[in-house]
Ligand binder design. Structure first.
Ligand SMILES: [Zn+2]
Length: 366
């Protein structure tokens, strides 16, 4: 079990996981029945309802995931939380129209389930069920076998409608973002959709205080933070795709040593170079290796200060031209990176994973 998530199986190649807090749902349902003679009978019916409901939520998420697959977008995993499910897509589809269809597929599943379940009324007319429910009293609504299907049908209708509220990151927010993206581009569309999402989130939190509903409050906070995160992700992705190394004003300084120089030279150079990686060149002046800051711990430098840097350097590094987008550096998967000038191919800077992340964070916030 990783970070409170329980892997319950893999369906059509997609891992399905349940968050441990899901147990709370059963407890919330069971709580009002504590002390009743029929506790265990009610508990079983409540639990059956919860399982059926979350099977519907799971089908909703598979609606997203399998539609995304048609557009070549994989799903890393599906996670069930007490407030609903999440299909973690590997990335956004290229075209806004594809995002639109993927977003609509989830609620569509709930509407189809509701439609299928409505066949139940052919066997049990609505007025007969209402009379039954009245006789039975409103409290243990799931406790009678006759009512579990109609309640499930109504819940699916509500889920479909609720998910279409245009509050990003809910499906309705994604629909809105996709529609806006066709006209104003993805970053601006996300800015508008997540802004609206945060207004809805504030509304949910206010409603939570007004109705003393913890669940509504949690949903509000979830929407608020998820909207903020999405905006950041989309902004960063856009920045990485549209910005090349040559467009960055403050690339790290290039610090160069020769193979014959010593570990103590490297330590000194790194101090002056503010902790960026160092390029090591051979006798002909060609790049031969890279030394990272973590390799120059004080104890290491003190114990063998006269060792040649050659003995320390990493010789595996990717070479990129400064005119390629930053995304190419990430896609290369390389841990160490040498960036070259676009015309004369002379070295400009050396990066490792940590320094690349630092560079991106500094530049994308500028
Ligand atoms: Zn959905």
């Amino acid at each position: 079990m990783r970070s409170g998530v329980w892997h319950i199986g893999t369906i059509t190649g997609i891992p399905v996981k349940v968050h441990i807090s899901f147990v709370l749902v059963f407890l919330i349902f069971a709580f009002p029945n504590i002390g009743l003679d029929e506790f265990w009978r009610l508990f079983l019916w409540d639990s059956l309802f919860v399982l059926l409901l979350f099977s519907c939520v799971l089908l909703h998420e598979f609606g997203h995931a399998l539609t995304a697959r048609r557009y070549g977008v994989g799903t890393r995993e599906i996670v069930l939380l007490p407030i609903g499910g999440l299909a973690m897509l590997e990335h956004l589809p290229e075209k806004p129209v594809q995002e639109l269809v993927i977003a609509l597929a989830g609620p569509a599943v709930n509407f189809v389930i509701a439609l299928v379940l409505s066949a139940y009324f052919l066997f049990y007319p609505v007025d007969q069920l209402i009379a039954y429910a009245n006789r039975f009293g409103p409290a243990p609504i799931f406790a009678h076998p006759l009512l579990i299907i109609p309640v499930l049908m109504l819940t699916n209708l509500m889920l479909g409608v609720f998910n279409l509220i245009p509050a990003f990151p809910m499906d309705g927010g994604r629909v809105l973002r996709a529609l806006l993206a066709i006209r104003v581009g993805r970053v601006n569309a996300t800015r508008i959709a997540t802004g609206l999402g945060q207004i809805f989130a504030a509304g949910f939190v206010a409603l939570a205080f007004y109705t003393s509903s913890v669940l509504v409050g949690i949903i509000g906070l979830f929407i608020f933070f998820a909207a903020r995160r999405e905006l950041k992700v989309v902004r960063t992705t856009d920045f990485l795709k549209s910005t090349s190394f040559s467009q960055i004003a403050h690339l790290p300084p290039l610090i160069v040593l020769y193979e014959e120089q010593t570990v103590s030279d490297a330590a000194e150079a790194m101090l002056q170079g503010q902790d960026w990686p160092i390029l090591v060149q051979d006798g002909q002046g060609s790049p031969a290796g890279v030394i990272e800051p973590v390799q120059l711990q004080p104890e290491m430098v003190q114990s063998n200060p006269e060792a040649p840097v050659r003995s320390l350097m990493n010789t595996q590094f990717a070479v990129l031209n400064e005119s390629v987008p930053l995304q190419a550096a990430i896609d290369s998967g390389a841990r160490l990176l040498l960036v070259l000038h676009k015309s004369d191919h002379s070295p400009i800077c050396v990066l490792n994973r940590a320094s690349l992340t630092r560079l991106i964070a500094e530049s994308s916030n500028a």
